[in-house]
Design a protein around this ligand. Sequence first.
Ligand code: PLP
Length: 465
Amino acid sequence: MSHDVSSTYTLDREGTLVTSLLRYDDLPDEALRQLREAVERHALRYSSGFFPSLITRASGCYVYDDQGREILDFTSGQMSGILGHSHPDVVQTIHRTSEQLIHLFSGFMSPPVAELCRELARLLPDPLNRVLLLSTGAESNEAAIRLAKLYTGGFEVIGLDASWHGMTGAALASTFSAGRKGYGPPMPGTMALPTPYPFRRPDGAGPTYELDMLDAAFETLDRQSVGAYAAVIAEPILSAGGILELPPGYLTKLKRKCEERQMLLILDEAQTGVGRTGDMFAFEHEGVTPDILTLSKTLGAGLPLAATITSDAIEADCHQKGFVFYTTHVSDPLPAAVGLTVLEVIARDRLKENAREQGNHLKQGLIELQKRHECIGDVRGRGLLIGVELVADRESKKPVPELGNRVWRRCFELGLHINIVGFAGMGGIFRIAPPLTVTRESIDLALSILDQAITESLDRFGTAG
Ligand SMILES: Cc1ncc(COP(=O)(O)O)c(C=O)c1O
């Protein structure tokens, strides 16, 4: 029924591609055309749309598309690939482990799972000592919220209003940055806390404005509450919301607010955990240990691996009350083995330190660009999680989503992929987050591409607005 037309793919009699083997970067034009058409006809659009080209290979800081273009990936995949693409140690671990263990009955434990639980507990401060290994960030937050509900007996969950915690039930209910409209009622008891945004502080507000606002916000929340608080969930740096760092003192005060109300503090370090910000965990920066920590994206460095971590006391209480979080891929050995490799490589290659060093270089470079481009309103973030906000001018701070789009498109044409955060009212915000393995040369190249893209976008349209 089919015949080989090359060693890399197979066509049936009508010339339709039926399977692709081994080398995606060696497909002939006709096969690529068919695959692009398959995307157009058969892929369900889960966000605004897809890139027109197919990515056929990824290695280190680069992805390569079907036109043979080399693109610097400064989004680390979907903010997960902190070791770069196809890191040799990860590839080797996948080979080695998959010959022995891939997936098991959910109640079975295995050496890599036991070791990763122990390793995470060793890396984390007391009392974070009990680890549940899952697959996605949303799942890790679902588990955290279920633990908090069972432990406290409450059900009310407070999230920051620029948050992103995932696309499922309770995680989605606490996600305020996007995706809420059109799906009916979210989880009852979900409440929003205004996100600190120092760049857009009201005129005349002092340096403690965001901390002071927390008191006012909790007064409002307390009036709404039916007396059944369970948790506050927060990202230490709100990433999808625009790279908004919680200001100094904020987490300390938030933790105190939680303690006063016997509710738990859940910190979601999907993007900030495992070295990204220059600390192993972003909460260390302020020295506030959460009651429950969730890790995901970065822990698997490209593979689906997540963790929900809490204290012996909370674990024991919930276990005694019959805690259940039983999923198909809970405690799967293959991703756990990859997680161990990720932690090993981070330590061995001093990648946390590299994140700090290259992050400083990147930030400094962006501040230099800011001196030359009036449209760069703000440069913010820590380590290799940096945000750049474009504005019409620094006085009005008027958002310029169109300029953001132009710059983003031009960067892509020139070989740099950075994210733009499309959050209503905030205009063009770039999230710049290369793998922790990034070199100074790659950062300098990215800076020069961004510089050129801004210059050309402004030249072409003559205005930032
Ligand atoms: C902070 C944060 N938490 C949770 C999630 C959800 O993770 P996942 O998409 O793996 O479910 C994301 C995803 O972007 C995130 O940024």
